[in-house]
Write a protein that binds this ligand. Structure first.
Ligand code: DC
Length: 230
């Protein structure tokens, strides 16, 4: 089978990362969570007071800081899961808080942030053999990817999943707050002027609202086999 590039895009909290991570492990590919990169920039901006009081970003200041923001991924030696590092500090837990989720959309809408992160993502996938998940992987980062999947699920189902995930991590939150955050991010992600979330014309759509993780994984593996043998 040939080594290919796999782009998995879709709405927030629809299980893209889980499916992409599992697939990468199963077929021995590198997994890159691009949402984690936008989240890491957001965490940096929060820690350095780069947000204005009205929630907008102080862009000139952030631009000055961009060269000081280094994002990498390393495997956790115990559970073999990839973790996000910001300037050599593991921030895997910190980037998943509701505070970061609530501030990430304006960061992800900034052109110079996207340019810098897209460049890094293209670099990470230059040898192929990569599963990358995000919003613009099939449209901007790797428009020539051999396999493109676009994942969706209803906003209520996605909010319920994220609620459960946070609860399991010992970070309880309010379901209605999460639902509101999911809906707001859907709107902002699809309406921003730079790289809005949209399905690439040649992407295969998957609505996983009523699929189990196993059913979804089976389906994904089949798509991979087809694409890698074509
Ligand atoms: O997938 P996620 O929820 O962790 O993504 C966090 C935010 O980053 C989300 O609001 C959309 C944005 N994002 C993006 O604009 N482009 C990507 N390739 C990945 C994420």
């Amino acid at each position: 089978m040939k080594r290919i590039t796999i782009a998995i895009d879709g709405h927030s909290s629809c299980g893209k990362s889980t499916m992409a991570k599992k697939l990468a492990k199963e077929i021995g590919y590198i997994y890159v969570d691009t949402g984690a990169m936008y989240r890491a920039v957001t965490l940096y901006a929060l820690r350095h007071q780069l947000f204005n009081d009205d929630g907008t970003v102080n862009k000139p200041l952030l631009k000055d800081h961009m060269n000081n923001i280094h994002i990498t991924f390393r495997l956790n030696e115990e559970n073999l899961q990839p973790e996000t590092y910001l300037n050599q500090e593991c921030v895997e837990k910190e980037i998943r808080t509701l505070e970061v989720s609530n501030h990430v959309s304006p960061i992800a809408a900034i052109d110079f942030v996207r340019e810098a992160l897209v460049r890094q993502q293209q670099q990470m996938g230059r040898e192929k053999g990569v599963v990358m998940d995000g919003r613009d992987i099939g449209t901007v980062v790797f428009p020539n990817a051999e396999l493109k999947i676009f994942v969706t699920a209803s906003a209520e189902i996605r909010a319920r999943r994220r609620f459960k995930e946070l609860e399991e991590k010992g970070m309880p939150a309010d379901y209605n707050d999460i639902l509101k955050n999911v809906q707001e991010r859907d709107y902002i992600d699809s309406h921003r002027s730079v790289s809005p979330l949209r399905k690439a014309d040649d992407a295969i759509e998957l609505d996983n609202s009523h699929l189990t993780i196993e059913q979804q994984q089976q389906w994904l593996l089949e798509q991979y086999r087809k694409a890698a043998t074509e």
